[in-house]
Design a binder for this molecule. Structure first.
Ligand code: FAD
Length: 329
């Protein structure tokens, strides 16, 4: 059952530090905001079953506008811009209010000016949301490469700098003295298997370091199905002089289509042992079980290595995540 809301006022780095001190592994869950037109019920029903594990925090993704082509009947296509999943800021505050758990809204550069970003940050600050994950975002559908907003940022490090500036009282228009200072704790993305656009892992690491130097206090990794790659990434971060916590991202494989979609979309490899097991399954229900068993092994090993927080990419479906954590603990 849900008890009255707890107080939320912790920075993610404090939560990580606390888990480390207590010598335990906690879990963070990434969810999507509702589709436009949906209410909050779907998101809440995905979170409800996770509450037994005392989530460390809950991430909420940010979705930029999408491009949709509509047939005009005369052989022409009309290009329409649609936003399918708005509401990241609002649903983050709603989650905190309902569950008393810290929410971490994602914020991206794509499609947003510095002013739009500042507005979102001011709203978050007023709502008591003090944690954000700062990302660049991907290119629009049909665009060959990432095109920044004319008044926006081309790289996540510049978004991190804007947030850090705001914490220091420096707004887009300049300094405000004296003023209320936000206290955002900023996370960023890291890629154990290299970001798709990076020419090599070393270059990717240099830019990751730049994000940390700009003010990021922790790193969440892109999904990896191979712990050896996660451990190697953490080692390379330390060698590069990055000392902040690294939170591994885990995605439970759940359909046969994932075998080709995940490499295509997220540029990660799937270990052959996992591929063989999933390919041999009669249906997706069986693949889902294979995905659970694989993730259980990953989580156990990360736990034994003393990882304080593991991040689950849930895509809004949490039944398999519940199974994984129950079995792994
Ligand atoms: P950057 O850190 O800007 O890196 C992008 C590329 O540019 C890399 O190849 C990097 O090496 C290079 N680079 C970085 N800085 C510089 C520089 N100064 N000069 C030259 N090159 C540079 N996307 C969404 O749209 N919404 C989300 O909610 C979302 N959540 C995510 C959560 C996590 C944990 C992760 C790992 C990814 C998420 N993404 C999300 C996807 C992310 O937006 C894409 O992976 C995007 O392509 C890169 O984002 P980034 O923040 O890592 O970018």
């Amino acid at each position: 059952g849900l008890k009255g809301p707890k107080r939320t006022n912790m920075q993610i780095t404090e939560i990580i530090e606390q888990a480390r001190r207590e010598g335990r592994t906690r879990f963070a869950f990434e969810l999507l905001p509702p589709l436009k037109g949906d209410g909050t019920a779907g998101v809440f029903s995905a979170i409800d079953p996770l509450m037994e594990f005392g989530p460390a925090y809950i991430n909420v993704t940010y979705h930029r506008e999408d491009v949709k082509y509509v047939e005009r009947g005369n052989g022409l296509l009309e290009k329409r811009i649609v936003r399918r999943r708005p509401g990241t800021v609002g649903i983050s505050a709603a989650i905190m209010k309902r569950y008393g758990v810290e929410a971490v809204p994602h914020l991206i550069c794509g499609g947003l000016s510095r002013y739009d970003i500042e507005d979102a940050l001011i709203d978050l600050d007023f709502l008591g949301v003090n944690n954000v994950l700062a990302l660049r975002g991907d290119n629009l559908r049909g665009e060959h490469s990432f095109a920044p907003h004319p008044q926006g940022h081309a790289h996540a490090c510049d978004l991190v700098a804007q947030i850090a500036d705001m914490n220091a009282g420096i707004f887009v228009d300049g300094e405000v003295q004296p003023c209320h200072h936000s206290r955002f704790c900023i996370g960023v993305a890291g890629y154990p298997e290299k970001h798709a656009e990076s020419p090599n892992p070393e270059s990717d690491m240099l830019y990751l370091k730049r994000k940390v130097d700009a003010g990021a206090s922790y790193i969440v990794t892109q999904m990896s199905f191979d712990n050896a790659r996660i451990f190697d990434f953490i080692r390379r971060c330390r060698e590069a002089g990055i000392t902040v916590p690294v939170i591994p991202g885990i995605k439970p494989l759940s359909t046969k289509a994932h075998l080709t979609v995940l490499p295509q979309v997220f540029h990660v490899d799937l270990p052959q042992e996992l591929v063989a097991e999933a390919s041999g399954c009669p249906d997706n229900a069986a693949v889902r079980e294979v995905g659970v068993r694989w993730a259980v092994r990953q989580v156990r090993e990360l736990r034994e290595a003393g990882i304080p927080v593991v991040h689950f990419y849930t895509m809004g479906k949490t039944d398999n995540v519940v199974k994984i954590i129950r079995e792994a603990l």
